[in-house]
Design a protein around this ligand. Structure first.
Ligand code: PEP
Ligand code: MG
Length: 841
């Protein structure tokens, strides 16, 4: 391969250097040079040159050395296209030899020169000649003896004298760095960070500014913001008589930068260099349009800027930094929005396991609801409530959860289940109330009746033992892991406001209770897109009435029980309407199979018989009568609405009466009533007739008028296909992609967690379809449904309210398909608002 002129280039303001040809570091150094900052002379080697070097074709290094001034020491640093992709470690002090050491001793003193030489021999031996670091363990203390020792080890192990020619040293350093980039581990590591298989490596060869010797000499790093909060704060360290990033590893001798009560500072030691450095960083911020960290060296009082890298930051700092840059007019608001990965907002909304802490992982499952919490293991909803009453944090551990567990879930700090996937009960509720949750942890043995868990490595955990649930990563950790608090500040609110200014698809929240609704408002959702009303029946005092209704022998008995539920539901809806003020609220009529409200074991049946004053046999017979082989495909949703119409009649009456009640208080609401699990147009016809008739009755009984909208939840493939028949009867269609995914794949949403990771690992599914909308199959049903609905009823409102509503890729699909809004759990609303905004930028 021929080395072209542009492949080895002295960095000057006009040199042809690109991030795609020479890497990000080379490009950044060129920008610094353009700003006239004191960057030492630097040569950039292109990706192509480094590739050729790895293949054994070394360019003319004498020419390269003469570009840099023949007597200088050099360092070589990696310059990959994206600094996150890593690269081999930098090698400093190339050019140190016996002769150079003697010459330098004249200038900086013999001790400092010997230290530099020793440092180079060590790093060359380990990183270039690949000697075992252990061989240098018994190094004598005196620097001269240590140097002699290191040179001898080199000779013994390589059977060659330590190379004295700088060109030879440089060639070996370049070769070893070029080859390290091609190693399998390095390749896998960078691919895991998103690098393409053919990602290139550039190298920069820079004249060293020596941080050792006479006058004030040393090195350090500096940035203008705090990496954890993003707050404006000069951060970094400086260490006299040091090189590279020594100041960060030697906490003892390192100085603060700015004057600081905690100890001596660079500002006091070298005020001019400090002021110069600070102004360089402000200039970099403005011209590079980014918060940068500078690596600098002071050599005999003179400042050199060796490198600039983007400040490392967590999500919270990323938001503050982006907002501050836009507020200062350095970047546009749109750019600020584009700089934040929507999912990263989860870090601001939930507590997290400290990413720097070590983790004792017991097992992994599905990361079903983000955030982390530590608590004592409890195995039942009752135990969870008792623990909460004692003020103890507990983790509710169940094989799977059911609606009965809701109060236990509210009382717990986290939930762990053996079964389930992204849309199983625990996952949906967990996300809804912001509770960290790991489901489908089937590698753990759940022995809930014996009240213990056995981890895959054999460790046994009993009730009361502490575990930490990391719902962000899907990990179950032993004991108490260090957690970082959630925290969002003004910058977050400002960024969200900008997102709303550009966004062109609305974001509503799935909210079932007044608490959820408040959360939805806090996160600025544009109304409620799905209120799952059945959750209201598990509140204290209601379950019993609900059960009486289920056991009612006759229609009047059933009506009597429903009559008692009516005021409770009316209050529920009135509360929701008041909290949401004039925002839309979409209420889904009762959806689950009735058996979910009944106990499942014999003891429970007995207790129920006692409570309802019925013979045990009546209870067991009724439970048996309600049991189904496949309840999710059975008597639920609109099927129940048609066969037991009194439930829906009670609910719509409660909705209408609540509408009238809050209207009297000045809250104008047009409730949206949604029919679940529809598969035939006639179902809609029947329910619509009843809803209209209840409305007429309420109007005539109260003498008050009100408006409402009726809609259908498209959750069965047939409803999507027949959307053309259904649409003309209603005002809106909302795609319930949880059930629609379940039914399109024929895949149980409650059991899929067991094999989902195998399926994804083996490439059967590209991703969990309950998490990311399946664009090839399920989304095609959405497109067909939307198209047929619009053809038949052009003004119809279209939306999605399955869990996919909070997923950025799925939102992109909904926006492209012209949907009016997406609806997702309250805690996912900010993520959805930002993702939607990015699509519109
Ligand atoms: C759905 O099926 O997508 C849905 C939102 O309803 P649920 O999760 O309550 O079944
Ligand atoms: Mg559903």
């Amino acid at each position: 391969m021929q080395h072209r002129d542009t492949d080895i280039t002295l960095i000057t303001p006009g040199a042809p250097i690109g991030a795609h040809t020479h890497g990000g570091r080379a490009k950044c150094l060129q920008r610094l040079a353009r700003l006239n900052l004191p960057v030492p002379p630097t040569v950039a080697l292109s990706f192509r040159t480094v590739q050729a070097i790895a293949a054994g074709d070394m360019p003319d290094l004498r020419a390269l050395l003469s570009m840099l001034g023949d007597t200088a020491l050099l360092c070589v640093r990696p310059s990959s296209e994206d600094s996150d992709w890593g690269g081999p470690r930098a090698v400093l002090n190339i050019g140190m030899s016996d002769a150079m050491c003697a010459a330098l001793a004249e200038r900086i003193g013999s001790a400092a020169a010997t230290r530099l030489y020793l440092r180079f021999v060590e790093s060359y031996s380990i990183h270039v000649a690949r000697l075992d670091p252990d061989m240098l363990d018994d190094m004598p203390h005196a620097p001269e003896d240590a140097l002699a020792f290191a040179l001898r080890v080199y000779l013994d192990e390589t059977e060659e004298e330590f190379p004295q020619d700088p060109a030879v040293q440089l060639a070996e350093v370049l070769r070893s760095m070029a080859r390290a980039w091609d190693g399998t581990t390095a390749r896998l590591l960078r691919q895991a960070k998103g690098a393409p298989a053919d990602a290139g490596l550039g190298l920069v060869v820079q004249e060293m500014a020596i941080g050792l010797g006479n006058g004030e000499s040393g090195s350090g790093v500096m940035q203008l913001v705090n990496s954890k909060s993003g707050a404006r704060q000069i951060t970094g360290r400086y260490l006299s008589q040091s090189q590279g990033r020594d100041a960060l590893s030697d906490a003892k001798g390192a100085l603060y930068l700015e004057r600081d009560a905690r100890g001596p500072s660079l500002e006091e030691l070298a005020p001019d260099a400090f002021a110069e450095l600070k102004s360089h960083l402000f200039l970099m911020r403005e011209k590079l349009r980014e918060e940068m960290q500078a690596e600098f060296t002071i050599e005999n009082g003179k400042l050199h800027l060796l490198d600039g890298v983007r400040v490392a930051r967590n999500a919270r700092a990323a938001v503050s930094i982006a907002v501050a840059l836009a507020e200062d007019g350095i970047i546009t608001r749109e750019e600020a929005l584009m700089r934040i990965e929507p999912r990263a907002l989860n870090e601001l909304l939930h507590r997290q396991v400290d990413p720097e802490a070590s983790r004792d992982v017991l097992a992994r499952g599905v990361a079903a609801s983000p955030g982390a919490a530590t608590g004592k293991i409890v195995f039942s909803a009752e135990a969870s409530q008792s623990a909460a009453a004692r003020g103890e944090a507990c983790v509710l551990v169940r094989r799977e959860t059911s609606p009965e567990d809701i109060r236990g879930m509210h009382a717990a700090v986290a939930v762990l289940t053996e079964r389930g996937g992204m849309t199983s009960h625990a996952a949906v509720i967990g996300r809804g109330i912001g509770l960290p949750c790991v489901v489908g942890a089937s590698s753990i043995r759940f022995q809930t009746s014996a009240r213990k868990l056995t981890a895959p490595d054999g460790r046994v955990l009993k009730e009361g033992d502490q575990i930490t649930i990391d719902g962000t990563n899907g990990e179950v950790l032993f004991g108490q892991a260090p957690l970082l608090d959630a925290g969002h500040d003004d910058s977050f609110q400002v960024l969200m406001g900008w997102a709303d200014d550009v966004r062109d698809i609305a974001v509503r929240a799935n909210a079932d209770t007044p608490m959820d609704a408040k959360m939805a408002r806090n996160f600025n959702a544009h109304g409620i897109g799905l209120c799952r009303t059945e959750h209201m029946f598990f509140e204290e005092g209601r379950l019993r009435v609900m059960r009486e209704m289920i056991f009612a022998g006759s229609s009047p008995d059933r009506a009597a029980a429903l009559e008692r539920l009516l005021p409770m539901q009316r209050d529920d809806f009135a509360d929701l309407f008041r909290i949401m003020q004039d925002q839309p609220v979409c209420i889904r009529l009762f959806d689950p199979p009735l058996h979910e409200f009944l106990p499942s074991d014999r003891a429970g049946h007995r207790a129920l018989a006692e409570a309802l004053d019925l013979p045990l046999s009546t209870v067991t017979r009724r439970v048996e009568a309600l049991s189904e082989y496949n309840p999710m495909l059975g008597m639920r949703g609109v099927r129940l609405g048609i066969t037991v119409p009194e439930i829906y009649e009670m609910q719509v009456r409660a909705i209408f009466e609540a509408t009238i009640k809050v209207a009297g208080e000045g809250v104008q609401i047009v409730p949206e009533i949604m029919i679940p699990l529809v598969s035939a147009s006639r179902e809609v016809e029947l329910v619509k007739a009843r809803v209209d008739s209840v409305a007429a009755t309420v109007r005539s009984q109260t003498g008050q008028d009100f408006a409402y909208l009726l809609g259908v939840m498209v959750e069965t493939p047939r409803a999507a296909l027949r959307a053309g028949d259904i649409a003309p009867q209603v005002s809106f269609l909302s795609f319930g992609t949880n059930d629609l995914t379940q039914m399109t794949y024929g895949l149980s949403r409650d059991d899929a967690g067991r094999f989902m990771s195998d399926y994804v690992k083996q490439g059967v599914y590209p991703e969990d379809p309950f998490h990311t909308l399946d664009l090839d199959g399920v989304a095609e049903l959405l497109s067909i449904g939307a198209e047929r609905a619009r053809e038949a009823s052009p003004g119809i409102t279209l939306s999605i309210c399955g869990e996919h509503g909070g997923n950025p890729e799925s939102i992109a699909f909904c926006r492209a398909a012209g949907f009016d809004y997406v609806s997702c759990s309250p805690f996912r609303v900010p993520v959805a608002r930002l993702a939607a905004a990015q699509l519109a930028v």
